[in-house]
Design a protein around this ligand. Structure first.
Ligand SMILES: Nc1ncnc2c1ncn2[C@@H]1O[C@H](COP(=O)(O)OP(=O)(O)OP(=O)(O)O)[C@@H](O)[C@H]1O
Ligand SMILES: O=C(O)C1=C[C@@H](O)[C@@H](O)[C@H](O)C1
Ligand SMILES: [Mg+2]
Length: 444
């Protein structure tokens, strides 16, 4: 079997953040983009933050004013809000060219999907989240903000909160700012930036269906922010089992709700018996009764049984809906969640009815392994060793040096093991996505 060279394991952004070598403390990000409602302090905090980090400071509103030769209010008056928004998008695109800086955006900038994508690709976004009563006090009697020109400030702010907070929640980092001094707000942002530990991303470069395996600790709490840019609809059906649900379902739901997802959960009994025609039919009926559309995602939260069954439901409901895997056993993290194989068992054997259905993303939260019995962890580790034995000498050598720490539950070591095993498996999948070559069909 020929193994393709490993796919790039890190996005440039992760590499900048120091993910390439986990032994070194991550350096602070060098392109920091502040977002949040009017009056949150993006300009004020941003200027001081840039000074503290010895970075240039740029205020997008001021850049737009300079380019237009008039104030934001005058742009709104003369050309209308749509023209301002278009100018804002162009200015931010021009500014974020890789140069290190602290960029304070206007309150509406992050609402534009293209601008969000530019920020995501080129910087680290920080949402300055501030209670509305404080914003109101700061903004009262201060001209220059056209959205507040006519209308009651509290009402305008409440409308903006409703329409914007769930989008701001997609930021890489959220910092709660209140009535403290600007200095302590800056300190808070610096602390958040230095403790920020972005997950590693392993791109699976399938020609027709590329996606990422995102690996990190507490990824579950950021699931909403990670999935919102990928999924076409903020609606999802979560499938999980009776053991996993009390442990992790509410955290997943909370992170999805934070970015405006509507969710419905289906809880199946744990164990291999659930990979049956009966359970499959029941699940399909339940989901259809609840209501599902072509763009509604099915999210499998659990081990291999949940992943295989929910994946098959996703592959077949309405002839296929988007699917997300959130594997919570080590075995599922290194094996069944990679490759798009879904299915159920029949009386004649395991996995005999199923489909290839690649996920839109795999979110691997290694902190969920803390509640996994050691026996299950050993089973997952055996799969990592197997990958090393059959085709990845470096991985096997890595296991010899790090196996004990992994089995002890050291999370950084687990993340590295998962990443290496998934990279190996991904190279096999890229070679032969549908397991057509004879070697792939062999039971290994
Ligand atoms: N702790 C604080 N953090 C941030 N700003 C504060 C703080 N205390 C007072 N302010 C004041 O709040 C006002 C609003 O701040 P600023 O103009 O920086 O907000 P902004 O987020 O840039 O708003 P906009 O989106 O309208 O540009 C300023 O007058 C600032 O001095
Ligand atoms: O919240 C907003 O939409 C705005 C905020 C300001 O920074 C300016 O960009 C403009 O007044 C619009
Ligand atoms: Mg400002």
């Amino acid at each position: 079997m020929t193994i393709k060279p490993a796919t790039p394991l890190m996005t440039p952004k992760d590499a900048v953040a120091g993910q390439a070598d986990r032994r070194k403390p991550a350096p602070l990000p060098r392109v920091i983009v502040l977002i949040g409602l009017m009056g949150a302090g993006k300009t004020t905090i941003g200027r001081r933050l840039a000074h503290a980090l010895d970075l240039p400071f740029i205020d997008a509103d001021q850049e737009i004013e300079r380019a237009a030769g008039c104030s934001v209010s005058e742009i709104f008056d003369r050309h209308g809000e749509a023209a301002f928004r278009e100018g804002e998008r162009r200015v931010i695109q021009r500014l974020l060219d890789g140069r290190p800086m602290v960029l304070a955006t206007g309150g509406g900038a992050f609402m534009n999907p293209q601008t969000r994508q530019i920020i995501r690709e080129n910087g680290h976004s920080v949402w300055l989240r501030c209670p509305l009563n404080i914003l109101r006090k700061r903004l009262e009697g201060r001209p220059g903000r056209p959205l507040l020109a006519d209308g009651n400030i509290s009402e305008v702010l409440e409308t903006l909160r409703k329409t914007r907070h769930h989008i701001y929640a997609e930021a890489d980092i959220i910092v709660d700012c209140g009535d403290e001094t600007v200095r302590s707000a800056v300190e808070r942002v610096v602390t958040a930036l230095s403790s920020h530990n972005p997950p590693a991303r392993l791109p699976i470069a399938l020609p027709d269906h590329p996606y990422d395996i995102v690996i990190g600790s507490d990824v579950l709490d950021r699931a909403g922010a990670l999935l919102a840019p990928i999924l076409q609809q903020r609606r999802a059906v979560i499938v999980t089992d009776a053991r996993v649900a009390p442990l992790y379902l509410s955290r997943l739901e909370a992170s999805l709700h934070e970015v405006g997802f509507e969710t419905h959960a289906e809880i199946i009994p744990g164990g291999e018996e659930s990979k049956s025609f009966t359970q499959y039919a029941q699940l399909c009926e339940n989901v259809l009764t609840h209501g599902v559309e072509r763009r509604t995602a099915v999210i499998g939260l659990g081990g291999g049984v949940v992943g295989d069954l929910s994946g098959f439901v996703a592959a077949t409901l309405l002839r296929g809906v988007p699917f997300v895997q959130i594997p919570t056993t080590l075995l599922a993290q290194v094996d069944s969640s990679v490759g798009g194989k879904t299915g159920i068992n029949t009386a004649r054997g395991k996995n005999l009815v199923g489909a290839f259905h690649q996920p839109s993303a795999v979110l691997t939260d290694t902190s969920t392994l803390r509640t996994l019995p050691r026996r299950e962890r050993v089973a997952g580790y055996a799969e990592i060793v197997k990958a090393g034995l059959i085709g990845d000498r470096d991985l096997f050598t890595w296991c010899e040096a790090n196996g004990a720490a992994l089995l002890e539950g050291d999370e950084k070591t687990i993340q590295e093991g998962v990443r290496r095993a998934c990279a190996f498996k991904a190279s096999v999948v890229l070679e032969d996505e549908r397991e057509i070559s004879p070697i792939m069909v062999a039971p290994c």
